[in-house]
Design a protein around this ligand. Structure first.
Ligand SMILES: [Cu+2]
Length: 154
């Protein structure tokens, strides 16, 4: 196979799967915001080659980015920020279906369907080294439903 073709394949792969070599973020998406809404959640799948933990996030579109989980309080599901989300080696961890998500707080502008939200996640590995992986979330229409209804309280 010619090296030009290889280069093309590598470029395709990188475009499709935001990769820092050791950590992959795929299928990232957010729901368009309703009028007045100044926070939004991103759902995604993250896979780390080495055992580690997701410890921070950042986005130019929001003042703060937190890692959130859902907890049951009485009979209410509530969101809570967590310090870290463990990433077992070579395991796709899906943030979304289980209530975990990346939370954009203090949005600088509304999210509109079709927009792409650039963000970065920081992962700390078991040996103490860190990496930052950049990714983008596709904004889907507000009506998009997932299989769990929950409300965001901030
Ligand atoms: Cu949240």
């Amino acid at each position: 196979m010619s090296k030009y073709l290889w280069a093309g394949l590598v470029a395709l792969f990188c475009a499709a799967t935001a990769s820092a070599g050791e950590v992959k973020v795929t299928d990232a998406w957010a729901r368009a915001t309703a009028p007045g809404q100044d926070s939004a959640s991103i759902q995604l799948v993250i896979t780390s080659d080495k055992a580690g933990a997701l410890i921070a996030g950042e986005s130019g579109i929001a003042k703060t980015v937190e890692i959130h989980t859902m907890v049951m309080e009485g009979n209410m599901m509530k969101m809570r920020a967590i310090e870290e989300l463990l990433l077992p080696a070579k395991t796709a961890v899906s943030l979304g279906a289980d209530g975990n998500h990346i939370m954009l707080i203090g949005l600088k502008k509304p999210l509109k369907a079709g927009d792409k939200v650039l963000f970065a996640l920081t992962i700390k590995f078991a040996n103490g080294s860190k990496t930052t992986v950049k990714a983008e979330a596709l904004v889907k229409p507000l009506e998009t439903t997932n299989n769990q209804g929950h409300e965001h309280h901030h």
